[in-house]
Design a protein around this ligand. Structure first.
Ligand SMILES: [Zn+2]
Ligand SMILES: [Zn+2]
Length: 452
């Protein structure tokens, strides 16, 4: 029996800077390497990785989200000489996110040169292909149902099967049909727990209310503001709007990095990466791409003067939908839109994504109406929100029953909960106690993966 252990450098009982190293006496494999976004502050990097970077055999990134990838380029600076493994869509997306990170925070965490090196050391794989990453160790990507290219990582470590879910979703979403389960029985399961205490309604049920609100708001000549994550939720939202014939004539403005992510998504509209059901839905509506509709308008196409274009869209008399970043209102064009039209009580701010504790988005959904934002040309200011706040309980993460089903069907005897708040983890432990006794991790503590 090999003495496998895991060390977490983040995402233990919180969401952010997912970074884990699995090792035994001969090898070390890093799963994800993210940063943590903190309200009103600069992002936080995992600590202590300089001690391990040179001893890593592989760095594997589950998906592009910055809380799973934001610190990865630093590993080359710390002396890591191996490869970065990910899926091809993840490579395309994460590179944009890394460039964006450089724009926002500069070279605080790593330099552009580190990024170039990381890029040349990146190896991409499809789902369900075995990748040799070290002597006696293979990895395989399984569809996570989370965002485009998102993978779960199945490690075969000298016969011991370790499954790291990354972020998974059990629900049918516009592009995916839920997570794939490994065919083999798993020995060790490291599973996310974002929705550990939450029942997530099935998506089509939420869609009914969402589409109704969209139609009503626009018909009455008001604005529906949808702060959305550039990767994932914004594409899902746009697809939901695109597939509804009743919304064909409603102006949908798209602002921020979402436009780039839409273009990347268009390159992967095949059964290798998205569900057949989704491709069939597009065909039925006569769409080659869900994002190329006449009523979908990238804000950058209106004028080079961004603030002027946004002000016009936000304050004119036309009823419209505005889909923009950032998803947790931590910056991005959403601040301008809130500034220009958040004061009007007939407008609606619709949250379609999970709001992490401490973010501006979370403050808003919790009822705070004095909100600090960046106005025109990044001037900090406090605004008085009067628009109606609505929460659409979409989630990119598995519902609590989906997590339980995973634990049950994988047959894992050793289960670790990561990537969730403590109350989520407490709830889930109780919820699954008839089938499993998952554990949690402490940061920087070498924890055995199996009871010997
Ligand atoms: Zn994610
Ligand atoms: Zn995550």
């Amino acid at each position: 029996m090999n003495n496998l252990h895991i060390t977490a450098y983040g995402a233990t009982d919180f969401v952010g800077r997912s970074s884990f190293v699995i090792g035994d006496k001969d090898h070390n494999v890093m799963l994800d390497c993210g940063i943590q976004l903190i309200p009103d502050k600069l992002s936080e990097a995992p600590k202590g990785l300089e001690k391990i970077a040179q001893n890593l055999d592989a760095v594997i990134l589950s998906h592009a989200h910055i809380d799973h990838t934001g610190y990865a380029p630093k590993m080359v600076d710390f002396g890591y000489e191996g490869n970065y493994f990910m899926t091809q869509p993840t490579k395309d997306i994460v590179y944009r996110l890394w460039m964006d990170h450089l724009k926002i925070e500069g070279e605080r965490h790593w330099r552009e040169d580190d990024l170039d090196q990381t890029y040349t050391k990146t190896k991409t794989f499809e789902y369900r292909k075995k990748i040799k990453i070290a002597d006696g160790i293979t990895a395989e990507f399984l569809n996570a149902g989370h965002v485009l290219g998102a993978a779960q990582v199945l490690l075969d470590w000298e016969g011991t099967l370790i499954l790291y879910t990354g972020d998974i979703n059990d629900r049918v979403t516009p592009m995916f049909d839920g997570y794939d389960l490994p065919e083999e029985d798993i020995d060790i399961l490291i599973i996310e727990s974002t929705n550990g205490d939450r029942y997530v309604p099935e998506r089509y049920k939420i869609d009914i209310g969402f589409r109704m609100i969209a139609k009503q708001t626009v018909e009455e000549g008001h604005k529906l503001l949808l702060p959305s994550f550039a990767v994932g939720r914004s594409q899902e939202t746009l697809i939901t709007l695109a597939l509804d014939p009743d919304l064909d004539n409603v102006p949908v403005y798209i602002d921020g990095m979402i436009n780039t992510m839409n273009m990347i998504t268009e390159a992967y509209l095949s059964e290798k990466w998205v569900s057949k059901r989704f491709l069939d839905n597009l065909k039925e509506r006569g769409l080659v791409s869900p994002f190329k509709k006449e009523n979908f308008i990238p804000v950058s196409s209106i004028s080079d003067k961004r603030y002027r274009a946004r002000k016009y869209i936000a304050t004119n008399k036309e009823g419209s939908i505005i889909v923009t970043t950032s998803g947790m209102v931590m910056g991005g064009p959403i601040h301008s839109y809130l500034d220009y039209c958040g004061w009007k009580k007939e407008n609606i701010i619709g949250f379609t994504g999970y709001q992490v504790q401490g973010t501006t988005g979370r403050e808003i959904v919790d009822g705070e109406n004095k909100i600090k934002i960046f106005g025109d040309r990044y001037q900090p200011k406090t605004i008085d929100l009067k628009a109606q706040i609505m929460k659409f309980p979409y989630s990119g993460h598995s519902s609590v029953e989906g997590l339980k089903r995973y634990m049950h069907e994988s047959k894992a005897e050793n289960i670790f909960l990561v990537h969730g708040e403590k109350r989520n983890q407490d709830y889930i432990m109780d919820f699954v106690k008839d089938i499993a006794s998952p554990k949690t991790l402490n940061e920087h503590e070498k924890t055995p993966l199996m009871d010997n």
